[in-house]
Design a protein around this ligand. Sequence first.
Ligand code: 5GP
Ligand code: MG
Length: 388
Amino acid sequence: MGRLKEKPKSYLRTTIGMKKSITLLDKQFDLYIPESEILKAVQKVADEVARDYRDEVPVFIGVLNGAFMFVADFLKRYQHPCELSFVKLSSYRGLTSTGIVETLLDLPEQVAGRHVIILEDIVDTGRTVQELYHMLAGRNVKDFKIAALFYKSEIYNGEYPIDYFGLEIPNRFIVGYGLDYNEQGRNLRDVYQLNKPSMINLVLFGKPGAGKGTQAAFLKDRYNLMHISTGDVFRFNMKNGTELGKLAQSYIDKGELVPDAVTINMLQDEVAKHPEVSGFIFDGFPRTTAQAEALDSFLEGRDMKIDATIALDADDEVLVARLLERGKISGRSDDQDEAKIRYRFDEYNQKTAPLKAYYHGQGKFHNVNGIGEIPDITARLAAIIDTL
Ligand code: 5GP
Ligand code: MG
């Protein structure tokens, strides 16, 4: 099997016309897999598929946009009877992406009763593959397989097998050979990997109303971070009536927490889909020690870590007043009822307090006075971040 784990340097053989590093928009990328290696991998996939399907007439389904180049080179190397079609999927990218995949171009009719082989450029978390399984489930196909050119096996957490793959790669963000960074780089013949400066990942916590959202908005711009407010993501989904939203609705209405597995899945998607940022601000998660451990282990799998946890401290009475005011404007039901607010504070005290001990034990815990003028509070936060 073509393995590429932790050996990018061995592919840095430069030949004429092949640039060692390139710039796309605001990012630097370094040469990672030259065209010759990619084409060997395509050949390998084509040979394996041919071994299994040469006596049939399979329907190949390319996944747009990323797979267009792979599909073309694959078909040139698959000289047996076959048909070709395409699907197009896209993740919602609203205020944050949610792992919900939208169908932009659907499966053709001809798949019923046929051998279907999906041609994917890259498998990462497996969300897209899962969606393809669902799309095909009601179509009475004879059988279907997944053939991916690149496979990030370390972070794939799907339940379905990746039947054929060209190269197993570690968890890097790559561009070229059909794969894009913000729509650019698809025309590169070679594959490049993101040159990633060190990241800053923060956990921000504080009681509801403590100003996490306000401060996160400033930190986000200042340090090129992505703010992931689990509450905001869930509310966005609830507003749009998605499955995730309906699930979250029942819990949030009661002022309770969404189950950990749901939230972790959502976070994984956010992180996977935003390679362009210099780090993340996690807000609203973790809220328990168990969640903090889960977050640590998922970040570790991505070669990331939490650098600092900052608590915005504020007095309960100040916060109750702030929230009731916010509730009038936003219409959020959980901000209009003082009893519900105090319930959320109690829950915060009970469940979040042990987190302080957890992060303190890791030497990452910081307190900041959350009362005062907004810019002053930002300056207090920045003073901590600048020492990281
Ligand atoms: P998954 O659904 O498995 O998490 O991700 C699959 C999709 O995410 C791919 O079809 C591709 O659009 C995008 N993707 C995942 N990893 C990468 C990567 O390293 N580079 C680029 N350009 N896109 C990626
Ligand atoms: Mg794709």
